[in-house]
Design a protein around this ligand. Structure first.
Ligand code: C2E
Ligand code: CA
Ligand code: CA
Length: 781
């Protein structure tokens, strides 16, 4: 019993419960040989009892019959269950089998021993030994599943037989007993080998089943639909995802449906459009590595996009992978849209405009009518943004986009280039006049008022136009040229349009060179400061000297500050340049008599820098110049922008003692309100006032402004006085306090000015001294 228990334990440890159950099951799988064996043994037992007349053999035959019948019945019960043996039931059935087998073997053993020892009948001996050996031999093919039961059977049936043969005493019987021993030992090995083979086969099938199971799980849990067709186009495998996506019944696999039928069924369920069916069937049948994308309307204007990939299999046949790429396609389309369209206005952006124009130009064989590219820039858009805020600016841009869409024909193409720049491509026009006409309409329409919330907003538009030419068909060149024309349009005064001309390109190139030179000049201090005196008309003495920038370029010669300053402003160099001028000027002023001031021109850009106050303080500090000897000249355009901020800075400067002059008065808006609202000390009336002095109007105007300024406590300067006649007229009524111009002195280098100053302050009457004497030479470039 201990042996049995340990064997069981070992079995349970070595093999899985399912294999154990299969082994137990194998004991019951051969009912016919067992029944045949039982019948043979019964007949043989009866025959031996009858032949020998040994009464003891009758109970043996009876036991064999009874146990055999019970075992057959047991087997019948087992087979009647008709279900697979569960591991939990295996031990129960094993024990039942074992009891039957052990009892039967014991009955057989006793029968053999009684027959062999109780008679000398050779027939009976032959019967019992052959039948028992045969039965046991056959048992190896039935009970190999549990070898230890078989070993017990050998021991119980053949043990007594062999002992009885040996006890018989006859040397031949003894030999048979020994041979039997060897034979049974061999049988034991055969049974064990059979069991190992059986277990190996069971393990293999179990592994295969596990593999199939795993494969099935993977197949049915993958995000792709998958199906597999054999070389004859029959459906072999179809995963759940595929049947779900195509809304097909999974049973199609069982009925090994043809590829064409699978596709037709998918069309029938409305999962793919009928138009794609042929291509899909061909994809499966041709078994080439390809991809097909099907698009099926899925309601709400949406489309479901499916990607079908066909992959040939090594032995023929095709694997079809099905993927729902709707989201991916939508995301890609969205990204593409974002990359090609302006989010705010919904118009195409620079990238898509460029591509589209490039395409239009290359499609056009040159025979067709020309086109025009209009580069539009909004005027005063920045002011709207600054004053009313970005949301209003955004709304304005959308309204501009709408107006442009309205004006244009379907064939024309409009894009937003970012900021307040729009570009229109006008197609198939016959003449420049068509483009001019469109430009005019755009300027007019965009200049109409916009109602945004409670605000009425007015802006303008400037347009640069370039006509396509048969020789140059690059979108970039067109854009570059239109941009140059726009630049000119803006320079000509906003709210207008301008066609591109070749000279513009040259101007731009020249400007580019100037930019390079300017950087170099600033880095190497190639600039020089000239000074031009302002003369007090009462005392005749130099009261102030205006600092004027000079640049003597080795090749360019003398470059006018009127050319330098705007370029420096655009390049962002003005801050550095302005700082240099301011410091230099303050230091130079320290060489002059104490009652002579220095005036420094401030560009509007420079003025809007955040640290303008610090700059001024620092320049005064390093030079040691008292603040009241510095005058800052600003133009109206500096006052125009960011009024509050400018006002604050001016007040702070004035409080620090610095004097402020309003330069070029009369050229801009000439708003008298500035004179009143800003802390100004001086108004400089532009020399354009002097141009028409013989007619009365300007003079009256000049005198009016001068009187008003004087009344507001400001001194008045008239610039550009070149003749004594002009001086006489200007000075006549006594309101103009100072004068500046070639009549007194042109702008001169610092050293020359120092001489002039010592002369003026020595002689006391420069106005008369210079003005009445020789005409000053125009020494400036
Ligand atoms: P602006 O401030 O009005 O300077 C006066 C300009 O008139 C100077 O030209 C001067 O040479 C010229 N001028 C003076 N008297 C007469 C005259 O009797 N007849 C004529 N026809 N012209 C006269 P310039 O030096 O060429 O300067 C041109 C402009 O460049 C200046 O106009 C000023 O706006 C700007 N600028 C010059 N230097 C600087 C500077 O250092 N900083 C800044 N921001 N701008 C400067
Ligand atoms: Ca000036
Ligand atoms: Ca001026």
């Amino acid at each position: 019993m201990q042996l049995v228990a340990s064997k069981r334990a070992q079995n349970a440890k070595d093999i899985s419960p399912s294999i154990y159950a299969a082994l137990v099951d194998s004991l019951f799988t051969n009912p016919v040989p067992m029944l045949a064996g039982a019948i043979c043994t019964t007949v043989a037992a009866i025959l031996t009892a009858y032949k020998t007349g040994n009464v003891l053999l009758w109970p043996c035959a009876g036991a064999i019959i009874l146990i055999g019948a019970a075992r057959s019945l047991d087997m019948h019960f087992y087979l009647r269950r008709k279900v697979r043996l569960k591991p939990s039931e295996a031990t129960y059935w094993e024990v039942r089998y074992q009891i039957g087998a052990v009892l039967y073997a014991a009955a057989q053993g006793v029968w053999c021993a009684v027959t062999l020892l109780g008679s000398d009948d050779p027939v009976a001996h032959l019967l019992c030994t052959t039948v028992t050996i045969g039965h046991i031999a056959a048992g190896s093919g039935r009970a190999y599943g549990r070898p230890w039961i078989f070993h017990l059977q050998i021991l119980l049936a053949c043990g007594p037989m062999s002992v009885a043969l040996a006890l018989h005493g006859d040397p031949y019987y003894i030999s048979i007993a020994i041979l039997n021993g060897v034979f049974f030992y061999g049988l034991k090995f055969i049974a064990e080998r059979l069991q190992r083979m059986f277990v190996t086969a069971l393990l293999a099938s179990e592994r295969e089943a596990a593999l199939a199971n795993r494969f099935d799980t993977a197949l049915n849990n993958m995000p792709h639909g998958l199906c597999m067709f054999d070389a004859d186009r029959h459906l072999l495998v179809m995963n759940n995802r595929f049947s779900e996506m195509m809304r097909l019944s999974p049973d199609l696999v069982a009925s090994s449906t043809l590829a064409s039928d699978v596709i037709s069924a998918s069309v029938a369920t409305g999962s793919i459009p009928p138009t794609d069916a042929l291509a899909l069937v061909a994809g499966i049948e041709q078994s080439r590595k390809t991809e097909i994308i099907t698009l099926q309307p899925s309601g709400g204007g949406q489309e479901r996009a499916l990607s079908w990939t066909f992959q040939p299999m090594p032995g023929g046949g095709t694997v079809v992978l099905l993927e729902d790429i709707t989201d991916r396609r939508n995301a890609a389309a969205r990204i593409n849209h974002m990359a090609r369209f302006d989010e705010l206005t919904g118009l195409p952006n620079r990238v898509s405009f460029r591509d589209e124009i490039e395409r239009l130009l290359s499609d056009d064989d040159g025979q067709r009518a020309t086109g025009a590219l209009l580069f539009i820039d909004l005027d005063q858009f920045k002011q709207v943004n600054d004053t009313l805020g970005h949301p209003t600016g955004d709304r304005l841009l959308c309204m501009v986009a709408d107006r442009l869409r309205e004006i244009l024909r379907r064939d024309d193409f409009v894009a937003r280039f970012g900021g307040d720049e729009f570009v229109v491509f006008q197609r198939d026009i016959t003449s420049k006049e068509n483009a001019a006409d469109l430009a005019r309409r755009i300027v007019d329409r965009l200049s109409e008022r916009y109602q945004i919330d409670h605000h009425l907003v007015e802006i303008g538009a400037s347009i640069g136009i370039v006509m396509t030419s048969p020789t140059d068909r690059s979108a970039d060149t067109l854009l570059k040229n239109a941009d140059m024309a726009l630049y000119r349009a803006k320079a000509d005064g906003r709210g207008t349009f301008c066609f591109f001309r070749e000279e513009m390109a040259e101007t731009v190139e020249a400007r580019r060179m100037l930019e390079l030179d300017l950087r170099h000049a600033l880095a190497h201090e190639e600039f020089e400061l000239y000074f031009q005196p302002l003369v007090n008309l009462k005392s005749g003495k130099i009261s102030t000297c205006e600092t004027l920038l000079r640049w003597n370029h080795p090749e360019r010669g003398a470059v006018s500050p009127a050319d330098i300053i705007p370029v420096a402003e655009e390049m962002g160099l003005i801050a550095d340049l302005g700082r240099w001028i301011l410091r230099k000027a303050c230091m130079e002023c320290m060489n002059w008599p104490d009652n002579v001031r220095v005036a420094v021109n401030f560009s509007p850009h420079q003025f809007h820098q955040r640290d303008v106050l610090t700059e001024v303080r620092y320049a005064l500090e390093v030079s040691g110049l008292p603040a009241n000897r510095l005058e800052i000249e600003i133009t109206e355009s500096a006052l125009l922008r960011n009024t509050e901020w400018v006002h604050d800075v001016l007040v702070k400067l004035a409080n620090a003692g610095v004097r402020i002059s309003l330069d070029d008065f009369g050229t801009g808006y000439s708003s008298l309100s500035y004179l009143h609202n800003f802390p100004l000390h001086k108004v400089k009336i532009d020399r354009s006032f002097l141009e028409d002095l013989h007619s009365d109007r300007p003079l009256t105007l000049l005198r009016g402004v001068a009187r008003l300024s004087a009344e507001l406590g400001m001194s008045v300067v008239v610039e550009g006085i070149e003749t004594s006649k002009q001086l006489e007229l200007v000075a006549a009524d006594g309101t103009v306090t100072e004068a500046q111009g070639f009549l007194f002195s042109p702008p001169v280098p610092a050293l020359q000015l120092r001489k002039l100053l010592s002369a003026s302050h020595g002689r006391h009457d420069l106005a008369k001294g210079i003005g009445a004497g020789s005409q000053p030479s125009r020494s400036m470039a």
